[in-house]
Structures are given as C-alpha cells and as structure tokens.
Design a protein around this ligand. Structure first.
Ligand code: ATP
Ligand code: MG
Length: 551
C-alpha cells in the first residue's frame, strides 16, 4: 500500500481496493488499464476514465496500461492512436505498458475451445434475428436454440471450420452455454464469436472470426494481470458474464474484478465519438480539435489546462449513479486554475476612439501596469498612453442606464493605470453613429500619485491608438443547446467571431500563450491560426461565473 493511504480522499473504488489489499487476494498489487477503442478522438468523458485509472494506480503505487481495444476489425486509424497517446500524456499520465487487444486473439481462441471442450459453448446456425427472437424479454425467459445440444466434438469441428473460413458472415456464431432462463438477459447464451471476413489492421487476414466484447474484455484484463477493471455503469449487468468467462475458462488463478462507475455527462455538449464525428462530417465544425468540441484536442486548443481537467475530475468524484454535470462547473475549474497564472493585457472590443483634448499632442507616456492584480511577483509591464486612445464599446453609454458608472457624457472615470478622464462631447458621423469621444484628463490624478481629490465610481481600461494591434477574437459559447423538444442541436451562436485592439505587446504573442484580457476573460493565442502577422485569440472562459460551488 502506498504511503499516503491514510490521508487520501477515498471513493468507493478505493474502498474495494483497500479491502482487496487487506485480504491479500492480489498480493497487494493494484493494476488498472485504460482501454480505448481507437476509432475517434478522446473526449472529456474519457478524461474522467483516464484520471480514474491512472490516478488510482498512482495513488496505490500500482501500474496502469494503455490498451487499444481493437477486437473489431473496423478500420482503425493511426491518427487516432497518435491522438490518444498525445491526449493521455497531455493530461499528465504515462502508461506502464502499451498493449493491443488483438495481440491476444490466439489466447481468446484457445479460451473458446476450452469452453467448447467443457460443454460450455456451442456453434449456433440461427440467424441473428432468430437468436434475438428466442432470447425472450425481461418478463419472459428465452428459448433454447435447436443447436444447443450439439456435442463438444461436433462444436469443435464446426468452430474449426468457422475459423478456416468455410462459412459466410452471419452463417454461424459461437455462443456460451449458460442459461436461457436467466433473469439477466446477458447470461442467455451470449454470442462470443462471430464471423467477419474483414482484414484487421494488426492481424491482417489471419482471422475471419472475431471475439465479442463481453468475451474478449475479461480475457484481455486477465492476460495483463489487471486487478481492478474499471468501466462505466452500463456494463454492470455484464459483470456476471465477465466473471463467468474468467471462471469457466479457468486459465487464471486470481481473475480481475470489474468495477463500474457512472459515466460523465455535461450539460450543453455531447459525449459520444459517434455523435461528435457526425458534427464533423456534416461540416458544422472545424474538426476533432475545434475549440468548441468536448474532445481533449478541442479543449486543449480552447486553452483549458490539464491541471484544470484533473481538478474537475477530482471534484466531480466517482459515483454509482448517473448524473449530468453543469458545464459551468468545468468552466469554474478552468477559471480557478487560470486566475493565478495568466498575465493581464489590455484589449478593447467594439472599440470607441477617445481624444483627450487637453493632453499634449506629441507626448507618449509609458505607464507601468501590473501584470496581475493580486500577485505582485508577476511584475509590471510598460504600456503606452497618449492623446488618442480606444476604450471598450461596453464602457460607454450615450444615455446611461441606472447604476451605470462608466463613461457617459459629463461623467468622470478612472482609466486604470493612467488618469481620470471626463467625457465632454460625443462626436458623430453623418449617419449618426459615434465617431469619437472628446474627453479631458486631470494630470493630478495620475495613477500612483497621492491624489485625494474627487472620487469616481467607475474604472475602465484603454489601448493607445497609435500603437494598437488589431487582433481577431473568437468568443465561444455552449456547443449544443436543447430545442423545444429537449433534443440537443448545434448552438448557432457557439462561436462569435469578432476583433479588437490590443496593447502593443500582444504583437509578439506566441501560439498557445494565455492571457487575461483585462476585465474580459481568459484567452489563448490559437495554435492553428496565430501567425507572426496575425494574432487570433480563443476565449477560454469569461471572468464571471453563474455557477457557484456548493457550500
Ligand atoms: P464513445 O461512445 O464516445 O465512443 P466509448 O465508451 O465507446 O465512448 P471507448 O473508447 O470504448 O469509448 O472507451 C474507453 C474507456 O473510456 C472505457 O473504459 C469507457 O468506459 C470510458 N468512457 C467513455 N466515455 C466515458 C464517459 N462519458 N465517462 C466516463 N468514462 C467514459
Ligand atoms: Mg466504444
């Protein structure tokens, strides 16, 4: 057992492991695995499974494998394998061994032969429709197949012929002989091998029969010496079959234990490779790494950090009942992580030009602005200020609403790090739109001066007009929203493209660099579109949250 066993935050899985360590069934060993099917990019649901499997192994000083569950001869893509490994590493984990389930096809075949020999498996000639009809329902028991009583010799010969390619897809299957009257439908003689004349990326044309998941998975776990096989709740009813396979095959003295936990769901997004792929195929989003996607690649490009994801997975915990986590909680974790690590930069959106009419024409001051409002160790930076500046469109109202303390005609505000300015006049274009504001400033109020004069209620920020850098900004909202029937549809406003003016230092922003755009939110220079000449920023998360952690 690891040293920190006493002070760790136990969940029900830890309790099972603690009991196993006490009984000594696995000799105190903890060995887990993360078993993705390499048929798409991982999403944040997988991140929960990754944190759980790798995290549990770390907690107990155990081991964790990355295992590709590639028993389906479906075309798997090297791109997916590469992305899965990149994502697991990015989350901060490393596997002890990398395994391929298809490497175990020989053992699986031997295990099936063993079951046949023991009279516990038979070849069935029924079609899949017939098998389904005979299976019965929750209320009614199933009916035995007319082929159920074939002798082991006959079954061995037929299974060999299946393997030799004598039959077409679907012509025969191998079924476990358990109990057609079982109250658990999974135990009603489940199919354990099927015929599929398909090339496999690993085994080529060696096999034309492939094991079913429920038969293959326990064997994969047992071969690797896995002790605790953690999976999602929908497999709870399959656990008797998992245990049956290992017991009856009988190759392993202390077979692994399957433990189920509730899968992660998050509001206003979807957590299924298949559905995410459909969005991509429909051309509705950029790809697996679109920053709106709940894929690890998407949230990485969006600017989320591995620390935030790990903390999120830790905070939602593991449970035995399905629930949906508010997307606000994920954003909360991201914000918590970013708030102490991002430097401030001034950026204004929807900019309005301000001319400070009493400020000297050819003067530029370099103001010292804090890189972080609460962490002085993060230092200061120099930001130019001169007669013409831009302020944020949201910081001016020609006719102020109640309790509006920012700029409006006749009102005085503090420009953060600079001076008080007062709006004297609104200059319009011919079409009535605002051309610029004419303001005056008070030199006495320079930031850092011991000014004890008037008080102002509003503070705004600015960008110096002469040196402003134009940047592109993408503000993200929920990927999906429920329609009137409660069905999720792509949110038409899931991304809003806009632009802004930034202080000159952002001219050098590197792809992947994160900042707090002062008073706006956290942003990252997009890794795909940011170039030397043009900076494109993704909004990671806004500053304010409607979600509050429970007390
Ligand atoms: P999808 O339906 O998105 O393809 P999957 O479960 O088929 O998901 P796999 O590649 O088979 O994807 O899953 C690898 C592991 O990740 C499995 O152990 C699975 O239980 C786990 N996993 C998948 N989705 C979630 C989720 N939403 N929450 C927690 N664990 C998950
Ligand atoms: Mg799957």
């Amino acid at each position: 057992m690891s040293d920190n066993a006493e002070n760790r935050n136990n969940n029900f899985i830890d309790n099972i492991i603690d009991a196993d360590n006490k009984s000594g069934i696995y000799g105190g060993e903890v060995y887990t695995r993360f078993p993705p099917e390499p048929n798409g990019y991982l999403h944040i649901g997988h991140a929960k499974s990754i944190c759980l499997n790798f995290g549990t192994a770390l907690k107990y000083g155990g081991r964790c494998n990355l295992r590709y569950d590639d028993t389906n001869p479906a075309k798997e893509d090297i791109e997916y394998v590469r992305s899965i490994e990149e994502d697991v590493r990015w989350l901060g984990f490393n596997w002890d061994e990398r395994r391929w389930a298809s490497d175990y096809f020989d053992t699986m075949y031997d295990a099936a032969v063993e079951l046949i020999r023991k009279g516990l498996a038979y070849v069935d000639d029924q079609t899949s429709d017939e098998i389904r009809e005979m299976r019965g329902t929750l209320k009614e028991p199933g009916k035995n197949s007319p082929y159920r009583d074939r002798t082991p010799e006959e079954n061995l010969a037929l299974f060999q012929e299946m393997r030799d390619g004598k039959y077409a897809d679907g012509e025969k299957v191998l079924r476990a002989k358990i109990d057609m009257a079982s109250s658990n439908i999974n135990m009603r003689d489940p199919v354990i091998y099927r015929i599929a004349h398909r090339e496999h990326h690993n085994t080529g044309d060696k096999w034309c029969i492939y094991p079913m998941y429920d038969f293959a998975h326990p064997i994969e776990d047992a071969i690797e010496g896995i002790t605790h096989s953690i999976c999602t709740l929908e497999f709870e009813d399959h656990r008797p079959l998992y245990d049956w396979v290992l017991k009856e095959v009988g190759f392993w003295p202390n077979p692994p234990k399957q433990i189920e936990f509730a899968r992660l769901n998050i509001t206003n997004t979807i957590m299924s490779k298949r559905k995410l792929r459909a969005l991509i195929d429909a051309g509705e989003i950029e790809g697996w790494d679109d920053p709106r996607m709940p894929t690890i690649a998407g949230i990485r490009r969006r600017g989320y950090t591995p620390e935030a994801i790990r903390s999120f997975c830790e905070q939602i915990g593991v449970s035995k009942s399905n629930s949906v986590v508010d997307e606000g909680m994920l954003e909360f974790c991201v914000r918590q992580d970013l708030q102490n690590r991002c430097e401030n930069r001034n950026v204004v959106e929807d900019p309005i030009k301000v001319v400070i009419t009493n400020y000297p024409e050819d003067q530029t001051e370099m103001l010292e602005l804090d890189n972080h409002g609460k962490i002085p160790e993060m230092g200061k930076r120099l930001v130019p200020f001169s007669r013409e500046i831009y302020v944020d469109g949201a910081d001016f109202m020609e006719v102020p609403v109640k309790k509006y303390f920012r700029l409006f005609p006749g009102n005085e505000v503090r420009v953060k790090g600079a001076y008080f300015i007062k709006c004297e006049e609104v200059i319009k274009n011919e079409d009535g739109s605002i051309k610029e504001l004419h303001c005056t400033y008070d030199p006495e109020t320079r930031s850092g001066n011991d000014f004890k004069g008037r008080k102002v209620k509003g503070t705004i920020h600015f960008v110096d007009a002469a040196t402003a850098v134009k940047i592109r900004i993408r503000n993200y909202n929920s990927l999906m929203l429920p329609d009137e029937n409660g069905e999720y549809q792509l949110n038409p406003d899931s991304v809003e493209e806009t632009w802004g003016y930034a202080e000159p230092s952002l001219k050098d922003a590197q792809p992947g660099e994160r900042f707090q755009f002062f008073r706006h939110g956290y942003y990252i220079a997009d890794t795909r579109y940011t170039t030397d000449d043009e900076k494109v920023f993704n909004r990671i998360v806004g500053l304010k949250s409607s979600w509050k952690p429970p007390k």
